[in-house]
Each structure stands twice: as C-alpha cells, then as structure tokens.
Design a protein around this ligand. Structure first.
Ligand SMILES: Nc1nc2c(ncn2[C@@H]2O[C@H](COP(=O)(O)OP(=O)(O)OP(=O)(O)O)[C@@H](O)[C@H]2O)c(=O)[nH]1
Ligand SMILES: [Mg+2]
Length: 298
C-alpha cells in the first residue's frame, strides 16, 4: 500500500508557514524572515518513504486587500492551493479570533468544507508561550473549537519542531492510497535559479530596511555548473533609481556585503563553490505590470 497527496499550508503572513515546510522537509527550500509577505510563490516541498509521498505546499501569507498585481498573483497561489489540496494545514498563532479574521477564515473554510477537504488548525509558536499568555492560549483553542466545532487543532512550534511527529502521524492517517505523484527523490518543483533568486531576496530582507525588500525582484540570467563550482549571474530589479543607489551603497559596500552573504548561503545550499555576479537594474512599477510579473515567473 502506498499513500500520497497534497498537503497545503495556508495562513496569514508571518505566522511561520515557511518555517513549517522547511522543518517538515528538512531542507531550507523556502526563505524565512521576521517580516510579513516574505513568500511570494507557491513552493512545493516533497518528502517520500517507500510507502508514502507527501507533497507539501508553502504559500504566500493571506492579504485581505491585495493592491498591486503582484499581491493579486500571490493570492491566486493561495486560491489554487485551496483547490487541489487533499489536506489543508491552516497555520495561526496564539490570539483571539477577531471579527475580520473570522470573516476571512469562514470564507476559506467554506470552500474547503464544501469539498470535504480535512483541515488541521495549527497554533504555531507555542515555544514563545509563557505563563503570561497561557490563558490566552487556552482561550485561542476555545475560540477555534467554537468557531469550527469538531475541528482538529494542534499546538506546534515549527521552529523547535514541537509536536511534529504528532502532525506527521495525523497527516499520514488522513492521506489516501495513491501512487506517487512525482518521481521519488525530488525535493521541490522549483529550479536552481529560483532558489538563487530567493536566497538573494532573503539577504535583501536582512540587510535593507523599509520598502526596499518589497520593491525588489531578482532574475538569474546565468547558472552554469561544473564539477567544481557554479557560475551565477543575477540581476536585482528595483522600482526607482534612488533604490538602486541604496542597494549598491557607498562605494558599493552594501552590494558587496549582500553578495558575500548570498554566496555563503548558496554554497551551503548547493554544496559547491559559488561565483556570483550581481547587477542592479531599474524596472519602474514592476509590481503592477502584468507582463513584467510574467517574465519574473509569477
Ligand atoms: N518563536 C517562534 N518563532 C517562529 C516559529 N515559526 C516561525 N517563527 C518566526 O516567525 C517569523 C516568520 O516566519 P516565516 O516562516 O517566514 O512566516 P510565514 O508565515 O512563511 O510568512 P510569510 O511568507 O510572510 O507569509 C520568523 O521570524 C520565524 O523565525 C515558531 O515556532 N516559534
Ligand atoms: Mg513564508
């Protein structure tokens, strides 16, 4: 008997969806930052054993009022992942369910429940729980039970891998018999260039402030690999000339630092020496330009 299925992770921004997928597949396939709206794509992370294959999906955090074209595309990934899920993992944090959250969750859950897709509600970041918010934690669980009676609720810590075995057992219990959807041994659906782009973007989130990380998109024009090293050429697109100056920094110091730390992370990820050339280009209003977004792989 072989089990297989799509387990799709959804939730509001910054709740720990990417941390969870990385922890479940035991590889850093999705970038993590402490800022909201880090993930912009749907990223598959696949694990398999001889008797099962689970295809997890990380998705962008739910934006209630998407403004730019990019945000709308991001929300399309969320919608799509609600359509093809065999199981939904709804990630949330400790906190009361206010009117707006309830309204939006009802909307999502209606569509899932109509299709009889099982949902597991994951209350994440319980490692942060102290005596002070213990009451809030129990209130949160009560809120969810009241909101969705008989729902499956599991407190977890994606960061500390708390209750991960329990979660895996629940998932395996819910999965149906099915041959593998993907050849065994494939970690993700994304290309090497995608991971390069994401690593650079992660470092930009880390080193640059305010709107810069949100105004940036990366395109890797060259990825040439041989036995010993990988030669990479990537362009950083920003929306304005002033942002280009900030990315480069005084005497190129900022971009040098960005390059240095990106290479370190890439060498760790690809397990090979990396040579990286970075280039900064201005592409006005790319976030609201459908054609440009398509070129960027949205
Ligand atoms: N203490 C604690 N922090 C966590 C946990 N899971 C995630 N975080 C932190 O929460 C922040 C957001 O994590 P992400 O995994 O990027 O969150 P996300 O839901 O993917 O965010 P978006 O991609 O923006 O929607 C990071 O600073 C993580 O380190 C957890 O279990 N415990
Ligand atoms: Mg994320």
């Amino acid at each position: 008997m072989h089990k297989s299925g799509f387990v799709n992770i959804i939730g509001f921004p910054n709740v720990g969806k990417s941390t969870l997928i990385n922890s479940l597949v035991r590889e850093n396939i999705s970038i993590i930052t402490n800022k909201p709206q880090t993930t912009r794509h749907r990223i598959l992370g696949i694990i398999d054993e001889s008797d099962f294959q689970i295809i997890f999906s990380d998705t962008p955090g739910i934006i209630l009022n998407p403004i730019s074209f990019m945000q709308r595309m991001m929300m399309q990934y969320v919608e799509k992942s609600l359509e093809d899920a065999d199981i939904v993992l709804l990630v949330t944090e400790i906190g009361k369910l206010n009117f707006f959250k309830k309204k939006y969750f009802s909307f999502i859950l209606n569509s899932i429940q109509k299709k009889n897709i099982p949902v597991i509600i994951l209350i994440n970041k319980i490692d942060k729980m102290g005596i002070k918010n213990e009451k809030l934690f129990y209130d949160t669980i009560d809120d969810w039970h009241e909101f969705i009676p008989h729902s499956e609720i599991l407190p977890i810590s994606a960061l500390k891998k708390m209750n991960q075995d329990l979660l895996m057992n629940k998932i395996l219990g819910l999965l149906s018999e099915h041959p593998p959807y993907y050849p065994k041994g494939i970690l993700s659906d994304k290309s090497e260039r995608f991971f390069v782009n994401e690593i650079i973007r992660e470092k930009i989130f880390f080193f640059y402030k305010k709107e810069i990380p949100y105004s940036v998109e990366i395109s890797t024009e060259q990825f040439q690999e041989n036995e010993i090293f990988i030669d990479i050429f990537s362009s950083i697109y920003v929306e304005r000339d002033s942002q280009k100056k900030i990315i480069i920094g005084n005497q190129g110091n900022s971009i040098k630092k960005l390059g240095y730390f990106s290479v370190k992370r890439m060498e760790d990820f690809f397990k090979k020496k990396v040579y990286l050339k970075l280039n900064v280009k201005v592409c006005q209003n790319w976030r609201s330009n459908y054609k440009k977004l398509k070129n960027f792989g949205y």
